[in-house]
Design a protein. Structure first.
Length: 323
């Protein structure tokens, strides 16, 4: 990765946070060979200039909840307004404008059948500017979610990685979120690095109870800590969603192979018009062509690929008011 603004330590810090987003500045500094003051300063600069945010994410796959990738064909004069409206919903992520601004790609994680009905059977079909809706249910994740994209670049040694991984919970129990977990999770969805005293105030629980419950949520996989940031500032200015059709016999082998490709930030088997969807992050348009004609094109079992390059990324994990 290359950047005119950020150096190797910045990239290592991002990778370290991807491994353990709640690690203290002191621990990060010890592992990365810098003072905790330096790490804190770099963190603040990444937040201010690269849009870095550390947030908690509910792992829908581990929780047994449905996820859908939506493709909405829209009238171009209203596509951005629709994308912004979707971005304000707490159950959406990774929203982008594609196909010259006439298509919206959106990941949605409805937490109840009512949420799904409200969006797919209620609001979207009644929106006049939405001309066509294609919903792809996510069936099996090959890559992404708790496994971050930055670790592909081997910016940390094996020893550094091992030193950063959080201690496993002794007995986390099943992956589930109880109603009384909601205040804790809501606080972490706002700031994944919220301190234990801050979480104590947000939940009304004792600090020890907060520590135990958070360890169980993370240890069971019900929750994970993720990052959002502007990859363009690190030399990767192009992203696209690929809608891939593989033969049923090759579905799993193609998905496993895609998970090893450096360009892939997310890959999942889907139900719908295609049976695999992936997010590709590359340096430029030439890089997208090189990937399509090279590593992807050489995989046996693929019968069709449709690429939707993002014209604009409207939302990653969190919604920010457009400037």
């Amino acid at each position: 990765m290359e950047s005119d603004t950020f150096d190797l330590l910045d990239l290592q810090l991002l990778t370290a946070l991807e491994l353990n987003g709640r690690a203290s500045f002191s621990r990060l500094g010890t592992v990365l060979g810098a003072s905790d003051q330096t790490i804190a300063r770099r963190y603040r600069r990444l937040a201010a200039e690269a849009g870095l945010r550390v947030v908690a994410i509910r792992d829908a796959e581990r929780l047994g909840q449905d996820q859908w990738m939506l493709r909405l064909r829209c009238a171009p004069d209203n596509a951005l307004n629709i994308a912004d409206a979707l971005a304000r919903r707490p159950d959406t992520a990774w929203i982008g404008l594609a196909s010259g601004g006439t298509e919206i790609v959106c990941l949605t994680r409805p937490r109840s059948p009512g949420d799904y009905d409200d969006l797919l059977l209620g609001k979207l079909p009644r929106t006049p500017s939405v001309l066509d809706i294609r919903a792809h249910q996510m069936l099996h994740r090959f890559y992404g979610g708790p496994t971050g994209w930055l670790r592909r670049f081997s910016l940390l040694t094996d020893d550094q990685t091992a030193a950063l991984l959080p201690e496993p919970a002794a007995d986390p129990g099943p992956a589930r979120i109880a109603p009384d977990d909601e205040p804790l999770i809501a606080a972490l969805e706002r700031d994944g690095r919220a301190t234990y005293p801050e979480l104590q105030r947000a939940t009304g629980r004792s600090e020890s109870a907060v520590k135990r419950r958070l360890a169980a949520l993370l240890g069971s996989g019900a929750l994970y800590i993720d990052l959002e940031y502007d990859s363009e500032l690190f030399g990767y200015s192009r992203a696209a969603v690929l809608w891939i059709t593989a033969t049923p016999a090759a579905l799993h082998s193609v998905g496993k192979a895609l998970a090893t490709h450096d360009e892939i930030a997310y890959a999942s088997a889907t139900a719908g018009p295609s049976n695999i969807v992936v997010t590709v992050v590359v340096k430029n348009t030439a890089g997208l062509y090189t990937y399509l004609s090279g590593p992807l094109g050489h995989l046996p079992g693929i019968t069709h690929v449709e690429a939707s390059p993002f014209l604009r990324r409207v939302k990653q994990l969190t919604y920010r008011t457009p400037r």
